[in-house]
Design a protein around this ligand. Structure first.
Ligand code: HEM
Length: 410
């Protein structure tokens, strides 16, 4: 790389945006600001990708799946096997494959997990308190924010009790990476997880139960040409793998991102303590202020001209959600955390259009309950944003560790 993103050099002569630079992982917002103002259609010459960072552009691109294809996956690097996942599929297959998942993983099924999430959040926090007391420091990520969504996703997917620990350990191996570490052990963990889901699917095909895998095996979807589709066992394993990661890693990042934002805006932190019913709005602001899913990759299917610049067909384009949600053109005073702001209701932090997140209801519920339980049980909670470690992902932003103390029990 000719130069890095360092706040000193952004936009200076010779500057080339490095999506893997540590200072970008630590604070991407100055880079996005420069792009929105000076290079709204930025081209990275060394890795040959383009980046859109203004709210309106990101929003429009999400809505136009014909022009912005998902078939090369969401990462910066083009993936060849992306089509195994909803995230990497285009129409027409995406239409019926997603419809099947939506039938089984309905918002009602997700809302029904309220009690489970609440009990699990409370027991994880109480376990940390019993171990570390009111003043003892512990890692919020490994002891709370990773464990909660892992338990919830296992419950949602209907994973049998005996498999939850191995799935938990393998998912943890996948998620826990610090900046700059290699990814081979993560690939190995992913292969093993796929194997577990595949075997489970085959068992359910022989002996169906009243669980989501059996429901997916049975579900049928008719496409616009009248063709009836069913889902193969290999595909079910891929869908479960995708649900596991999409539903785990994002929530595990959103909770610490939110805790750090509240620590940095003490007035907001105190205001919430006075009235926990504001939590749904707080969750929206947490996801706007520091979205865990920051970049969504696309592939252009035709030439696109925006702001006087032409992106050619078959080009890699990153939709910078993290840039869009801090765009002052959509959010006045965007770097201020303010859960009472008059939000633009067109959210992009869950994507939009055909690939809009399948787990929206569950994600919002989990984050809201995590903070409700935290405030209600340990009102003096505190995190230390200056002593974190970061993860090295191209499209997920969050910390690998975050020190926390709980304070006295309420
Ligand atoms: C705070 C938490 C979450 C955030 C910020 C988030 C964000 C996103 C975003 C931005 C997309 C669209 C990606 C694109 O357009 O390329 C997406 C898709 C998806 N999400 Fe989430 N997500 C979260 C939680 C969840 C949960 C809990 C689940 C599962 C229970 C889930 C399952 C999925 C799936 C399966 C897709 C693919 C949908 C498709 O391609 O049609 N997500 N998510």
């Amino acid at each position: 790389m000719a130069d890095s993103n360092g706040a000193q050099s952004i936009g200076k002569s010779g500057y080339i945006f490095d999506p893997y630079a540590l200072d970008f992982a630590e604070n991407p917002y100055p880079t996005y600001q420069w792009m929105r103002d000076e290079a709204p259609v930025y081209h990275q010459p060394e890795m040959d990708f383009w980046m859109l960072s203004r709210y309106e552009d990101v929003w429009q691109a999400h809505r136009d799946a014909k022009t912005y294809s998902s078939k090369a996956g969401v990462q910066i690097e083009r993936a060849t096997e992306a089509g195994n996942h909803l995230l990497g599929m285009d129409a027409p297959k995406h239409n019926w494959a997603k419809a099947m998942m939506t039938k089984v993983f309905s918002s009602e099924r997700m809302q029904a997990l309220d009690g489970f999430i609440r009990a699990r959040a409370a027991s994880l926090l109480d376990a940390a308190y019993d171990k570390h007391g009111p003043d003892g420091e512990f890692d919020m990520v490994s002891q709370f924010s990773v464990k909660l969504p892992l338990a919830v996703i296992s419950e949602l997917l209907g994973i049998p009790e005996a498999l939850r620990q191995p799935i938990h350990d393998l998912s943890n191996a996948f998620i826990s990476r610090e900046y700059g570490t290699d990814v081979s052990h993560q690939m190995e963990a992913m292969g093993k997880l796929w194997g577990i889901y595949f075997q489970l699917t085959q068992e359910r095909r022989q002996a169906p139960k009243d669980d989501p895998i059996s429901l997916l095996i049975a579900v049928e979807e008719t496409d616009e040409n009248g063709l009836v589709h069913k889902i193969a066992d290999e595909e079910i394993a891929h869908r479960f793998l995708e649900m596991g990661f999409a539903g785990h890693e994002t929530v595990a990042k959103a909770i610490p991102n939110g805790a750090m934002a509240l620590e940095r805006f003490p007035d907001q932190k105190a205001k919430i303590a006075a009235d926990l019913s504001v939590m749904p709005r707080v969750v929206q602001e947490i996801l706007r202020f520091d979205p865990p899913s920051q970049l969504q990759g696309r592939l252009t299917t035709r030439d696109v001209t925006l702001h006087g610049v032409t992106i050619p067909a078959d080009a890699r384009v990153m939709l910078a959600t993290g840039g869009a949600t801090r765009d002052p053109r959509a959010f006045p005073n965007p770097d201020q955390f303010d859960f009472e702001r008059d939000s633009d209701t067109r959210t992009v932090f869950f994507g939009y259009g055909v690939h809009k997140c399948l787990g929206i209801h569950l994600a919002q519920l989990e984050i809201a309950i995590a903070f409700q339980e935290l405030y209600a049980r340990y009102p003096g909670w505190k995190v230390f944003p200056d002593r974190t470690t970061r993860v090295a992902l191209s499209n997920v932003r969050g910390v690998a560790t975050l020190p926390m103390v709980l304070g006295k029990r309420a």
